[in-house]
Ligand binder design. Structure first.
Ligand code: ZN
Length: 131
């Protein structure tokens, strides 16, 4: 059996993506160059009150004006879990063709996994009574 060759780049902003070989099930970690992007969850704020959800007009009317001011001032913001409060996330920089190919493979794999997970969840719901 031949060992898989992994890319090892000495980049400062690099991130690791794990690609599983469909045939052997071997996992190979690839270091790919990364670039910083604004976090789409908190839009770069690092904190968000999105967990509270959106308010309807009548719900908003129930708020105490002082509480509402606090809300607007970010008093109820929580640290964004997607970027750990930094407001930015490292995403693969796919300018390089080899990296773009790796990332495309990885994204397709992640997509498949997400579909499997969704199927598993659906089966689980069916088995536990269904709804
Ligand atoms: Zn964020």
């Amino acid at each position: 059996m031949q060992a898989m060759t992994c890319y090892r780049l000495g980049m400062l902003n690099q991130l690791t993506i794990t690609i599983t070989d469909d045939e052997t099930g071997d996992e190979c970690e690839h270091k790919v160059p990364g670039m910083w992007a604004i976090c789409s969850h908190c839009e770069g704020n690092g904190a968000s009150s999105a967990y509270l959800g959106a308010f309807t007009q009548s719900e908003r009317a129930e708020w105490d004006p002082e509480e509402w001011q606090g809300y607007m001032a970010g008093r109820y913001d929580r640290r964004c879990s997607a970027c750990n409060g930094s407001g930015k996330v490292l995403v693969p920089d796919t300018q390089d063709a080899a990296t773009a190919e790796l990332v495309a493979t990885w994204e397709a794999q992640e997509q498949r996994r997400a579909e499997w997970d969704a199927e598993d969840a659906a089966v689980y719901r069916m088995e536990s009574g269904g709804y």
